[in-house]
Design a protein around this ligand. Structure first.
Ligand SMILES: C[S@@+](CC[C@H](N)C(=O)[O-])C[C@H]1O[C@@H](n2cnc3c(N)ncnc32)[C@H](O)[C@@H]1O
Length: 254
């Protein structure tokens, strides 16, 4: 894995179009740095995993669509799932495998896994990267067994989300520049309707980083001298508005 990350990093910075998946190769060394460019994905993974109850039967399967480098894995530890990750990006999958994820290289719009195989499907920070996001929803629902659980989080298709998640966040060390194409942001009502069409009654709620923790983290980042972090990662907390970032949780009808 180190060879892949190192060779991706050694190509140096290049300018890619917004949402170009090759950005994940260029940023491969950032995935597991707690204060790196993907720091917020760690906080979101913790919040997403909190929506997943422990498995009730041996060998339950959780399919993690767009798993990236497997940041969900430590937060699922002890919950009893087999964790299978699907992603387009090989450099990320190699890291996910190092963290115990069974990886499948593939497109979340056409997943090479059988119908009804999953007890849980997770789609964390994925839909807003896929132009055909309804096809990801269809695949997620196809993979779920009746009674299975869908958990996801994504960015809403609103002017506020474009302001906060692109114009502001891309100036902070929490979001890499160009990682999002705001034209792909996902309208929460359309997402709920699409899930309903595929038998999942999705409930959504707004989420955000806790303000105090986020400010302390940003301050520490600004003052960072390379010393080990003593500031805890900000928690992701529920918020009344779904206008920027939101989570969804729903069960597939039997
Ligand atoms: C923002 S990252 C989120 C990664 C992970 N879910 C997390 O929260 O740490 C988006 C991931 O989606 C993957 N991705 C984008 N489009 C995809 C597609 N059509 N099929 C599968 N993976 C995709 C990217 O390679 C990247 O790893």
């Amino acid at each position: 894995m180190r060879d892949v990350a190192a060779s991706a990093a050694s190509t140096g910075p290049r300018v890619l179009p917004r949402n170009d998946p090759r950005q994940y190769d260029d940023l491969a060394a950032e995935w597991w740095r707690p204060d790196g460019a993907f720091a917020m994905l760690h906080w979101l993974a913790a919040a997403r995993a909190a929506l997943v109850p422990p498995a009730t039967r041996p060998d339950e399967l959780l399919v993690d669509l767009g798993c990236g480098a497997g940041l969900l894995a430590p937060h699922l530890a002890g919950k009893g799932y087999r964790h299978v990750g699907v992603d387009l990006t090989r450099s990320a999958l190699l890291q996910a495998a190092e963290h115990g994820v069974r990886v499948v290289q593939g497109d979340a719009t056409a997943v090479p896994l059988p119908d009804g195989c999953a007890d849980v499907v997770s789609a964390g920070e994925l839909l807003e990267h896929v132009p055909a996001w309804p096809r990801v929803v269809a695949e997620a629902c196809r993979l779920l067994r009746p009674g299975g659980l869908l958990v996801l989080d994504t960015l809403n298709d609103t002017a506020l989300a474009r302001l906060v998640a692109v114009r502001i966040a891309e100036r902070l060390p929490t979001v890499p520049r160009g990682i999002h194409d705001p034209r792909l942001f996902v309208d929460a009502r359309a997402l709920v309707a699409e899930c309903a069409r595929h038998g999942v009654d999705l409930r959504v709620r707004g989420i955000r980083p806790q303000v105090g923790g986020m400010l302390a983290w940003l301050l520490r980042r600004a003052r960072a001298t390379g010393a080990t972090s003593t500031v805890r990662a900000p928690r992701i907390v529920p918020t009344r508005s779904t206008a920027v970032l939101y989570q969804g949780r729903g069960v597939r009808k039997g």
